[in-house]
Ligand binder design. Structure first.
Ligand code: SF4
Ligand code: SF4
Length: 353
């Protein structure tokens, strides 16, 4: 029997409308939950370090894909009993496993037809700028005058907006009409010309309810300082988020004026577990990053509850998400363990008898 290969050039992508339909159908088949297309001209005022044309000068289209975080993945954090699932399945697993599979396979489909495609999930660890857009010092240098310093990183939330997939909320979270903030974004840059989708113009998602602000354990959102950007002719505004505050509280820590004997973060002796974390020590990394111990309390859970209560999301559920009062941990009091909790003692050690 002869060897078998993929069907190269089996799908005609020369007509932008038909090509867009074929690519979108394939994206859904491969596991994306929503897919939209933005033409490259929408990135014409992108900063140099975030400009797709710096990566692919002949790029004509960007395909944006939304991947849902299962609502169930947030359940254990909501109940205060099972935190790793959101970090592993809802966050790191999507970022490092599931989304790459989809964007790589869709890129292969496009390259089978003779066009170049760059799959991009959420891997931005090598980027030349920090979370606030400042260049990392002594990290990388341009390979020629006028070029950006590696790595250029496309702003994924803005890309999703420019592909017509939804809004950017006051929290700076991308909000999709299917899942609200409960999603992650992957993209493909390609030199195929694909018919673009309009910028999202559906039911209003972010209504400035400020649930994200009130519920963020890190007080990371400013209500006074905002960031305004023009995206393909649309004014978009979000809170000037304190990314450093988020970074600590997201991982379950909080700053303390007291000197701690057993610091929560080894690198910062003035930090300790926050009210929203039950962990004595910072938990281990899951999938490289993703210690989402706060369970995105403000920017995702509170926002999702707000959007669901307004009935603006398409992915609906039989029961509401919040069913019991929210919990906090009082670190000034001794823990009370449930009856039946057994700790190992010297006697119960494996070689005790
Ligand atoms: S919680 Fe309210 S204000 Fe914040 S992003 Fe969501 S909808 Fe907008
Ligand atoms: S992840 Fe947590 S700390 Fe960070 S912005 Fe969202 S709610 Fe606030």
């Amino acid at each position: 029997m002869a060897i078998m290969t993929r069907d190269f050039n089996g799908v005609d992508l020369s007509d932008p409308k038909l090509a867009a339909e074929a690519v979108k159908r394939k994206a859904l088949e491969l596991g994306a939950d929503a897919v939209g297309i933005g033409s490259i001209d929408r990135w014409s005022n992108a900063p140099l370090q975030m400009d797709p044309k710096q990566i692919m000068p002949e790029c004509k289209s960007i395909i944006g894909m939304v991947f849902r975080v299962e609502r169930g993945s947030l359940r254990g954090v909501e109940e205060g009993t099972y935190f790793s699932n959101y970090s592993a399945m809802g966050y790191g697993g999507i970022t490092y496993l599931y989304m790459p599979m989809t964007v790589i396979n869709l890129s292969k489909f496009i390259e089978d037809q003779g066009y170049e495609a760059i799959p991009m999930g959420h891997q931005s660890d090598w980027r030349g700028i920090d979370g606030e857009g400042f260049a990392h010092k002594n990290y990388s240098r341009p390979v020629a005058p006028g070029k950006p310093q590696p790595d250029v990183m496309i702003h994924l939330r803005i890309a999703a907006y420019l592909c017509g997939l939804g809004e950017i909320g006051f929290s700076k979270m991308f909000l999709s009409p299917q899942f609200g903030p409960r999603c992650r974004v992957g993209i493909i840059m390609t030199d195929v010309e694909l018919e673009p989708d309009p910028i999202y113009d559906g039911p209003q998602l972010c209504n400035r309810c400020m649930a994200c602000v009130k519920n963020c354990p890190g007080n990371a959102f400013s209500t006074e300082k905002t960031v305004k950007v023009n995206l393909a002719g649309h004014e978009v505004e979000w809170s000037d988020i304190d990314v450093n505050a988020c970074d600590y509280h997201f991982r379950g820590g909080t700053h303390s004026d007291k000197e701690e004997k057993d610091p929560y973060y080894a690198e910062d002796p003035k930090s300790k577990p926050g009210w929203w974390s039950p962990f004595f020590r910072k938990p281990r990394n899951l999938y490289n990053t993703g210690q989402a111990v706060c369970g995105a309390r403000g920017c995702t859970r509170a926002c999702m509850i707000s959007l669901e209560s307004r009935g603006v999301l398409q992915n609906t559920f039989k029961e509401k998400f919040r069913r019991r009062p929210t919990w906090t941990v009082n670190w000034d009091e001794e823990p009370v363990y449930a009856e039946g909790t057994t700790f190992r003692t010297e006697k119960s050690g494996s070689d005790a008898d």
